[in-house]
Design a protein around this ligand. Sequence first.
Ligand SMILES: Nc1ncnc2c1ncn2[C@@H]1O[C@H](COP(=O)(O)OP(=O)(O)OP(=O)(O)O)[C@@H](O)[C@H]1O
Ligand SMILES: [Mg+2]
Length: 419
Amino acid sequence: MTRQKPFHGAVAMHRQAQPQVPGARPPVVGSQERRTRRRSLEGTPRGGCADGRNALLPEVRLNYMTPIARNVESLSIQEWGERRAVSMVGLAPDFLGVQEKVLKIAAFDEPVLIVGESGVGKESLAQALYLLGPRRGQAFVAVNCPQYQEGNLTVSELFGHKKGSFTGAIADRKGCFEVADGGVIFLDEIADLHISAQVMLLRALAFGEFQPLGASQTRTVNVRVVAATNRAIGKMVGAEHFRNDLFFRLRYFHIRIPALRERGDDWRLLVDYFLARLRSQYGVDKRFSGDSMKVLRDYDWPGNIRELSSIVTMGYALCDGELIEPGDFVSQLEKLDDRKEGNDEDLYRRVVVAGEDFWKVIYSSFMDREINRSQVRAMIRRGLARTGGSYRRLLDEFRIPSTGYQKFMDFLRHHRLKP
Ligand SMILES: Nc1ncnc2c1ncn2[C@@H]1O[C@H](COP(=O)(O)OP(=O)(O)OP(=O)(O)O)[C@@H](O)[C@H]1O
Ligand SMILES: [Mg+2]
């Protein structure tokens, strides 16, 4: 994704002045769509209508999105047009909980920290916060924090500079905070924000004011800050890469977006949704075979929704007939999922024979994605074979106290680990 020549989305969209502020960028919703739209699948007749979204099955929108998500989508279309629609497909209770939280905190001015793995929809959620709140219609300015590795550049990017304040500062320049005045600034990958900009950001959050580089006077702005990270920012605070005080100020409101593998059957809805989008764009109806669906079901989705979208597109593009078979897309999965199958026997032995703690060896490793779903399933299957299918007796086998039964079953259910 290009992060240069910014602001065409954020500022032009709101018909404000367009200062050249490299590093800021427009909302990326629909970037996948834009990318695919430019390409034409070889041998595929272009069908549907000029804008694929118009032909999106209404039932996909109606049945696969919550009322909040549908509202966000129509607001985004009003605000930014069809091509930049913010679509949040999914009905999993945890995802609904996230949306309800967003709806509630959208009206406030305090900062929000969104955390979640890569590709879970952090940017989409930041846009939803903006669209559902009173700042809609003002600027939405997105900044990619790691883009600038140098202190002055980062500070200048965010807060602006006066001509001559450092080598290369050949003219006065407004920073993103000033451009976002009245609206929302989205600080993406905040964990990588240069330490010298962290100090100024803290001040901006605390007092709503900042000083452009080389300026003698402070400026005051009214901006809501929404930050996102896919890194364990809490750990970075401990390691002193990130200021403790800034972390606590940023996480005034804290939202964790669940990973796709924690969202139950949402992956099925997303598969349908992306297929419907491709169908309306390229005019050919394709679907995944039963075998393919099994592969997708058992997959961990380390790259979450972005990865799922690219897998569906890959399968759609490579499959010759109507049915997408595993051969059309598995190479892509294997490439992205570089974790090895590992030795299931070893996991089983560590818990059952060596008596290591199940929650440490299995639960934590699974949650940290050091082991995958099929490894845990294989282990459970092995245990069940010994207990004649009884989950209660499996607890003994795994040396889990019987009081842990509910937690154990919830873990299996929630992560679809029952073999
Ligand atoms: N619930 C959803 N339904 C449909 N599309 C989604 C959903 N969530 C995210 N997407 C799409 O998936 C892609 C990734 O989303 P987004 O960029 O918001 O994720 P992210 O968490 O910011 O990713 P990263 O950590 O890589 O920056 C985007 O194209 C977005 O439109
Ligand atoms: Mg992002």
